[in-house]
Design a protein around this ligand. Structure first.
Ligand code: MSP
Length: 727
């Protein structure tokens, strides 16, 4: 069995941006998943190098068209390498260039076949005529009246609705493809193969377009007007229409019309392809291309799958004129590649448009990756290294220890968790195969949350203190490690680098990319496996600092016209991503703690495995914060409460008529006397509640530190009056 996936070939007149990167990420994810399944896969990308637009871009830059193409190709190849999408990184198999001589041969072969063919209605599929109309060079498409804007001044050309640039008037002899004869055949194709155009909404769109009637298509230009292109066979005065020729790259790349390519890759072996495209070029792929193939008697593609467009955070289309494009060198400099891949696939509902904002990217990286997957991995591995000697423990709880284990609240039935994870795997794969990447990732993150909770509930750091609970502890750690192994295999296509890293930290050789997720079996993680060195995976990104740097960069780039420069100044990845300090943050649950490094190079270890060091996972407005009334208080009295070994009963003066009575769970760490006359911070507007029969009229603030969440009371080093507000 083989599988063939393609991206569009990118115009060689301008440098790539997020939109181009996205299609490649999606194709790369699909290809890696197929390879995991043991299917021989071919992933094709490349550049579309012919046509008037490239000729003009070259002329503007003082280059020949081929030099212009070489220049852009260089940049593309550098970009794909930097983003881990090239062959060396397990990405595409071939970078196609339409200026390759074998492409000329293959295209000529397709043209000849179509030129000999009759349409389903018995007419010549290609005929010579005269074209008169408007052409948009950047779209490389002829425009009908509803596709252009009338000029402001009579006599001026109309403008393209997409590019807002003037159209070219064309009145010349041209070859035509008799598309109008193919409507029924195309509709029959869509009907018989509902998966031919995906997602379904796009299928409906294409069907409606074809039902609306098709016009014949001009498929050549006079060589005297467009010389940079493939000559029409047997008529050197004509150059092929760039889309006719560009679409054909999908078959010429792998050997159609060229023996050498056939031997090197194999049209017979790999065709038909799954074409991944942006919705803006769906019509070319789902209407024109199938009709050309029908005429030439070539099998139809496996499917045409269209994704939506990336918009800016305000929902505007990205464009260089608006200055809202996402620059790849900025992305590459500030974000780990896997975070970008994850974000793109998680954030965009496949098929629909999505908004791209750096803030959202930072938030997702910090919450889902640093605090989510990264933390799950580091806390699990840290605990294995600490509590079970760096070896994967046994997951079995023997009969005689079952009762003991149950008492801790740990589910002694392993199939509860394994069943959950197997079901999640099946759902994940279903979504992945339907290109519902964001749904698939939601499912994977439900696994992360579930296992995080399992750890937090079981409190391995408590179990470790009790020799009798050794097996319970081992079972919890085994389950967490086995889940991590599964997550590596599932998530490999989306995050090849991070999953490989976790894989190595788990102590495995080879790659999660060589295992078929459908064949995973719970319990195949071998007891006794020595784990590798535990390293942080996704350092937290300092949002304020990074945002400030990015906007500085963007202004700089704007001033220097960066978007038109070659990538010689593309920075190395993630070198200066800032991390949060590791200690001293108070509060939330261990499930929220993040893998991180502090300035001293400390690696994510115990503190991340236990409560007390967590990352901020969501942000509030200042108005949310001002709802909290924080006051300076002075402890007037402090005493223990009978039969409540954790609570102290305090009276605190917060500048009101009467002191407040506040209960604090700090009795194991503070002697009452230590607190007398201490200035503390109090949440004054917390709803009063009763604890052990005493009303608590507020809460004091304390850091939660270390393994057990030891409280350290927040205090003031300078004189402050009671009742002063903290803000
Ligand atoms: N050369 C043609 C394709 C020929 S395929 C036989 C072309 N090139 S392109 O460089 O303009 O665009 C290539 C792909 O990038 C298209 O699928 C397009 O949808 C995608 N994107 C360009 N901008 C995009 C966004 N803002 N968002 C998502 N994808 C976008 O068209």
């Amino acid at each position: 069995m083989t599988f063939y996936v393609t991206t569009p070939i990118y115009y060689a007149n301008s440098l790539p941006h997020l939109g181009h990167l996205y299609t490649m990420i999606v194709a790369d994810t699909i290809a890696r998943h197929k390879r995991q399944q043991g299917i021989e896969t071919f992933f094709l990308t490349g550049t579309d190098e012919h046509g008037i637009n490239i000729e003009r871009a070259a002329a503007r830059a003082g280059r020949t068209p081929k030099e212009q193409a070489d220049y852009v190709v260089n940049y593309f190849k550098k970009m794909t390498a930097e983003f881990g999408l090239d062959t060396d990184h397990g990405g595409y198999d071939m970078f196609m260039r339409t200026s390759e001589p074998f492409h000329y041969e293959g295209v000529s072969e397709l043209w000849r076949r179509a030129a000999k063919a009759k349409t389903p209605k018995g007419n010549d599929a290609i005929y010579k005529g005269r074209y008169e109309g408007w052409f948009c060079a950047p779209c490389a498409a002829y425009k009908t009246e509803d596709e252009y804007a009338k000029p402001a001044q009579a006599g001026d050309p109309p403008t393209c609705l997409i590019h807002e640039t003037p159209l070219d008037r064309i009145a010349e002899e041209s070859y035509f493809f008799r598309l109008s004869d193919y409507a029924e055949a195309l509709l029959a194709l869509y009907e018989s193969r509902p998966d031919f155009v995906q997602p379904e909404s796009r299928n409906n769109e294409v069907t409606a377009f074809v039902r609306g009637g098709l016009q014949d298509l001009s498929v050549s230009r006079l060589k005297s007007s467009v010389s940079w292109g493939v000559p029409v066979p047997d008529d050197p005065d004509h150059t092929m229409y760039v889309w006719f020729e560009a679409l054909t790259n999908y078959i010429t790349a792998i050997g159609f019309g060229n023996e050498e390519r056939e031997r090197a890759v194999g049209f017979k072996k790999f065709w038909p392809a799954l074409h991944l495209v942006g919705k803006d070029i769906l019509r070319f792929h789902a209407v024109y291309w199938p009709a050309f193939l029908m005429a030439a008697g070539v099998e139809q593609p496996r499917a045409v799958v269209a994704h939506g467009m990336w918009l800016d955070p305000n929902g505007r289309k990205m464009s260089k004129t608006l200055g809202n494009t996402v620059e790849l060198d900025v992305l590459n400099r500030y974000f780990p590649i896997d975070a970008i891949r994850y974000f793109c696939l998680r954030e965009m509902v496949f098929g629909q448009d999505g908004r791209f904002g750096y803030e959202a990217l930072i938030d997702r990286t910090n919450s889902d990756l640093a605090s989510g997957l990264g933390n799950l991995s580091s806390r699990t591995l840290t605990m294995i290294s600490r509590y079970t000697d760096g070896r994967v423990p046994s997951g079995v709880i023997s009969e005689d220890k079952l009762l003991l284990a149950k008492r801790t609240g740990v589910d002694t039935d392993e199939t509860t968790i394994s069943g959950f994870i197997e079901h999640a795997r099946d759902q994940f794969l279903q979504h992945l195969e339907a290109f519902a990447f964001s749904k698939a990732l939601e499912v994977a993150w439900s696994v992360v949350a579930r296992v995080d909770k399992m750890i937090s509930d079981a409190k391995p750091w408590e179990l470790a203190k009790d020799e009798n609970q050794k097996q319970t502890l081992s079972a919890v750690l085994y389950r967490a490690a086995e889940t991590l192994r599964w997550l590596c295999v599932l998530l490999y296509p989306v995050m090849p680098t991070a999953t490989q890293e976790i894989w190595m930290q788990l102590g495995f050789g080879s790659s999660p990319g060589s295992l078929d997720p459908a064949k995973l079996k719970w319990g195949e993680l071998a007891e006794g496996t020595s784990i590798g060195e535990v390293k942080p995976l996704f350092p937290r990104i300092d949002k304020a600092k990074t945002m400030a740097e990015i906007s500085g960069k963007e202004q700089e780039a704007g001033a220097a016209g960066r978007s038109d420069r070659l990538s010689s100044d593309v920075q190395s990845p993630t070198s200066d991503v800032q991390s949060q300090p590791a200690s001293g943050t108070a509060g939330a649950s261990p499930a929220m703690s993040a893998a991180r490094e502090d300035g001293s190079g400390r690696q994510a270890t115990e503190a991340d495995a236990v409560p007390g060091a967590e990352g901020i996972t969501s942000f509030i407005d200042i108005t949310d914060f001002t709802k909290v009334d924080l006051r300076v208080g002075e402890v007037l009295t402090a005493e223990r409460i009978p039969k409540a070994d954790k609570l102290l009963l305090l009276t605190v003066d917060i500048g009101e008529e009467k002191p407040r009575q506040i209960l604090a769970g700090i009795a194991q760490y503070y002697e009452p006397e230590q607190l007398l006359r201490r200035k503390i911070a109090v949440v004054a507007n917390l709803k009063p509640r009763k604890l052990r029969g005493y009303e608590s009229q507020g809460m004091l603030l304390a850091a939660s530190v270390g393994d057990e969440g030891k409280p350290v009371i927040a205090t003031f080093t300078e004189e402050v009056p009671n009742g002063a507000r903290l803000k």
